[in-house]
Design a protein around this ligand. Structure first.
Ligand code: C5P
Length: 403
């Protein structure tokens, strides 16, 4: 149900705009209060009057209309809502959103809002499949925008069929409920995440490291922040951007990571997604080691601290939920089960990173969630989707085990 939630519905210009009117009703049936913005193109298909009649208040159309700016204004429209829904989200609106354009009321409000945004794309199947639209979609998803549909079927144009039909109003309303359930589910909690590789110096120009892009750990930190947690992300050197709304501590080595993790505690949950180097060079050289003809350099290695095991084994101040990853190339589940016990953590997310899976550095991940009570295999999904699924599970587990 959407009881006492406020929804801002942005109606884009497509033939599916008429279904947006039905969507207003569906959202109201679930208890939501709906406000509408119509783009200029939307007004070619439906009128502001129709939307206003259904909403029970005026529909907003113009960024430069003195009356509506003095009345509510685009910043209040962006803030006085719990969720923004864009339906239909046209190819053009998606491109503008991706680029951060703000030259009309709809796009200015989307740029100004800090509330979740759910889009229901609708367009001709060729426009949907176009590289540009798919690029825009991928970026919007990476920016945290949620998507429902499009479905496949007949288009409004005669003889056109394929993927591009807007999701049905009932499906969009259900997706809105799901987004709002996740949002705020971690408010009041502290979550610690490690991400990326560590670099262990050999000398000032050389280091030992693991292959890790940081994509999964950063996505988890972003999803936890989106769910309302106060998040500290301790990250090794990565090329991915800092997630929005997260406090990021940048480190190089495993020892620095352990210190930063200890400083970031206490936390309700800790997720260790970093690929920490197992060893470091015992005596890193202060100067660049010179190549000596015909004689290879010998390096004396010592073991790094196991950050996950250290925190999981704490007597005092152990986070209520300690979660590790196991990147395996064979016997994935058996190794993960053994790791759960050895490290003393609560959950292990195991993934098969053998080279044929393309998981290392890629955007998708296939996860097995290993806990004391069993194994659950998730269907292959994007690292962002894995992050959201994990955060959903984590919120449910923390709610059950309230201190
Ligand atoms: O032992 P292994 O490296 O396979 O364990 C992987 C898990 O342990 C990951 O969650 C990783 O972040 C964590 N880890 C750690 N400190 C280490 C090694 C691994 O926190 N030194």
């Amino acid at each position: 149900m959407l009881h006492s939630t406020r929804i801002l519905l942005i109606i884009g210009g497509g033939i599916a705009a008429y279904k947006a009117l039905d969507l207003i009703r569906r959202l109201q049936d679930r208890g939501a209060r709906v406000r509408c913005i119509l783009t200029a193109a939307a007004q070619k298909f439906i009128t502001p009057l129709a939307a206003a009649a259904l909403c029970g208040e005026r529909a907003y159309v113009d960024l430069f209309d003195t009356e509506s700016e003095l009345d509510v204004g685009h910043i209040r429209l962006a803030r006085e809502t719990d969720l923004v829904i864009v339906a239909p989200a046209t190819a053009d609106l998606m491109a503008k959103m991706r680029g951060g354009q703000a030259d009309d009321l709809a796009t200015a409000v989307m740029l100004a809002t800090d509330r979740p945004i759910l889009i229901a794309p609708a367009m001709n199947p060729r426009m949907w499949a176009a590289h540009a639209t798919q690029r825009n979609l991928a970026q919007l998803v990476a920016d945290g925008v949620r998507v429902v549909g499009p479905n496949s079927g007949e288009m409004a144009e005669r003889g056109e069929a394929g993927v591009g039909r807007m999701a049905e109003p009932g499906e969009i309303a259900a997706a809105a409920e799901e987004v709002l359930r996740g949002h705020g589910s971690l408010s009041g909690t502290r979550v610690l995440v490690t991400s990326g590789p560590t670099h262990e110096p050999i000398d000032p120009v050389r280091f030992i490291a693991n292959r890790s892009s940081g994509k999964q750990g950063h996505a988890i930190a972003a999803a936890a922040a989106a769910a309302g947690a106060a998040v500290v992300l301790v990250s090794g050197p990565v090329d991915v951007a800092d997630p929005p709304g997260v406090s990021v501590v940048k480190v190089e080595t495993a020892s620095q990571m352990l210190e930063a993790v200890k400083r970031a505690l206490p936390a309700d949950a800790a997720i260790f997604a970093a690929a920490v180097a197992d060893w470091r060079v015992e005596h890193a050289s202060a100067n660049k080691i010179k190549k000596q003809q015909g004689r290879a350099q010998r390096l004396e290695l010592v073991e790094n601290p196991d950050i996950l095991a250290t925190i999981a084994g704490r007597k005092n101040g152990r986070p209520r939920l300690v979660i590790g990853f196991a990147a395996e190339t064979e016997n994935v589940i058996a190794n993960a089960k053994a790791k759960l016990v050895k490290k003393g953590c609560d959950w292990i997310l195991a993934n098969d990173v053998s080279s044929q899976t393309g998981i290392m550095g890629g955007d998708n991940n296939a996860i097995h969630l290993v806990t004391a009570s069993g194994v659950e295999s998730w269907p292959p999904q994007s690292k962002d989707a894995v992050a959201r699924t994990l955060i959903g599970r984590l919120a449910a587990a923390l709610a059950k085990a309230k201190p």
